[in-house]
Design a binder for this molecule. Sequence first.
Ligand code: SF4
Ligand code: SF4
Length: 456
Amino acid sequence: MANSNVMTKPNIQHSNPLAQSLLKKLDYDQLTNCMRCGFCLPACPTFRETGLEPESPRGRIALMKAVADGLMDPDQAFQDQMNHCLGCRACEPVCPADVKYGQLIEQARDAIEDHAVHSVPVKGLRKLIFSGIFPKRSNMKMLGGSLAFYQQSGLQKLARGTGVMRLFPQHLREMESILPESTSKGVVEQLGTFYPAKGEAIARVALFRGCIMDVMFAGTNVNTVKLLSEAGFEVVIPKAQVCCGALHAHSGEMDQARSLAKTNIDVFKRAGIDYIASNAGGCGALLVEYDHLLHEDESIQTRDDARWFAERVIDVSKLIVDKGRIPAFAENKDTGGNVSITYQDSCHLRNVMKSSAQPRQLMRSVGGTTFIEMKESDRCCGSAGTYNVLQPEMAGQLLEHKMEHATNTKATFMLTSNPGCLLQMKLGIEQHKPPFKMEAQHIVDFLYERIVSDSN
Ligand code: SF4
Ligand code: SF4
């Protein structure tokens, strides 16, 4: 039931420049669509942790509207509330007025970033991350190669053994402790740009390889291509694709996010494909909204192309279940029989890409395994992009709850569909040390390793 009232933005000239930017960038119709029912409150992890109205979706929307209406200035407390939001978007599916909260929070952060006064080191770091490393594949490869050198040359052992790591803040030390094996050789370097379908091809799919995914989880990208092939898809991996821009969009760098989106759209349009497969919920959620990201672009062609792109983006599990041939999966008998699995939903996969039933269907189809639904598997684990680095306290609280529920399942495998969630689950297992063996894995790796096939 969408609220059809279209409200005109107030014609106010704010003396506070940030308030003026917020008024300009916030979608006022979305702000007024909120009817303050509060249905979203129980779904919101930050509200559930604190019980505070300003830490809820309804509260944050009310704050944004109060600023836009000139009733309050966007002070530090306002900005903190916007930054405390995980961006998990659990508030959207439960909203009867269909308020696009995810868009509002990105618009608010974009305006805040326009007026942010960063120290010189922070400014330098942001430039390095957003303009230097992430948008350029060559730099991502260099990052992967450097991490691989650190891990394989003995430097990592030395850093841990000599106690150098103690010089770093606790949460960075913890993140270092669960760094996956990195590489400069991504999926294209390992498989080339084309992989044929097994049997008759159902459709032609392009893999969105991601940036972090392709240096820290390159093996998962390789397994995704092979799994898609087993499910009947021929796969292309456009070499010129770039970072999706999600990190930029969530950090208030919207212009850069739009520029990356345009490059990707151009690259994938030239690939002649039916679908664009994503194996990372965080990336996929932005890819599937490229049409919104570029909806104000002055070029009609760009807006049409963005729609074309967004309509083709699909989660890998959903693609296999809804469009492909589900391969036969079975637990390897050498592991001693019945293995139990549980699953942590990627918030973006569930709330934005609407893929929650399909991964479960695939997991339940693996012979010799038992799927155990974890309590509150749909609740954010605290990873949320860079949230666990920037807001370690709240992220830690959320992880505590997650591990309590995970431990109660007594599952051998904790599967998920997003690199950030996977790292957070690895961290949770490392910190909480369940009293039985539990391993965190990407669902694609788990499934691929269990295909009953001569080619595996
Ligand atoms: S559920 Fe939707 S309409 Fe209701 S308070 Fe939350 S955001 Fe507003
Ligand atoms: S995105 Fe998540 S954390 Fe933010 S308001 Fe919505 S439910 Fe709460």
